[in-house]
Every structure is written in structure tokens, then in C-alpha cells.
Design a protein around this ligand. Sequence first.
Ligand SMILES: [Fe+2]
Length: 192
Amino acid sequence: MGNHTSHSTTTSKSGKQPQEKSGKSSMKSSQLMKLFEDQLKDIYWAEKALKKALPAMIKNASSSKLVDALKSHLTETEKQVTRLEQVFESIDKKASAKKCDAMDGLIKESEEIMESCEEGAMCDAGIISAGQKVEHYEIATYGTLRQFAETLGLTEAVSLLEATLKEEKAADRKLSELAMDAINLDAARAKA
Ligand SMILES: [Fe+2]
């Protein structure tokens, strides 16, 4: 009914006016969907790998504040794995993981740090730096995924991804606080 002023220019010979346009955009959105799924598999692998790696970081940490922060992030990480499974479910896909070389590398680096550091404040400082690199990787990935989900109109996925993104940002802030806390000062002292 009536005049679609904004789309009147695309009304064409075929008579199916928006079709041409949406043909192109649905091709684009299927490519975006593929990218979304790929990154989802990547972060699913990453979260599961982190779940396995965190206990060693907890074991090597000395400061009780750091131990608590890592323990609560382990609990969060377990929830985040479940949340990712819900994201897969929301797009009717079976949850599957694809090796994330970036997270694999970050975890390997954290293991190297823990192998070579002296027990105590120095080791804590190293664990915090490794943890923050992990958080920043996750923040970047979840930020992208949430944006893709928004563009694709996947409402449920948006809110699931948003919830995890908030947790990752909070975990990163917590680590920043701890780094500024006594830990780095102690590390400097231990060196002197
Ligand atoms: Fe996470």
C-alpha cells in the first residue's frame, strides 16, 4: 500500500523490487554467518583450553588475591563454555571446536613464564601478564562475535555473548588492579 519513497529507485523491470537487493545482502550475510561460526568454534576451543590451563596458574600463584581472582575466573570460564554451547544451539548448530592457535600460543607462553619464574611475587606478576593477554584476546573475539550476531539479527546470541564479554572485561580489570597492587612493587623489590 502506498508509496515506498525510500525504495522507489530500486523498483525495477522484474517487479520484485527488494529481491535484487536482498539477494546480494543474503549472500553477504551467509558469508558473515560462516565467519561467525568459525570464530565461535575458535573461541569454544580457546575457552576449553583455558579451563584446562587455569588450574596450573592457580597452583603457581602466591598472592591470595590473585589465587581468588583466578579461581573465580575458572568458575566463570566453565559457565562461558556452557554459554557458547547455548549460542551454537541458538543457531541450530552442534557445538564444535576448532583449534585456536592464538590461545594455544598464549597458554604456552604462560607455561614458559611459570617454568622460569621464581616463586612468589615475580611469578605472580608473570601470571597476571599472561592472564591479561588471554583476556584481551577473548575480549577482542567476543566483541567481534557480538557485533556479527547483532548484524545477523541473532538476538539470543547477542545477549549470551554480551554476558560473557562483560565478564571478560571485569576479569581484565581485576587483573589490572592486582597488577597495580602490591604485586608489581614486590616484584621490583625482589629484583633490587
Ligand atoms: Fe573466557
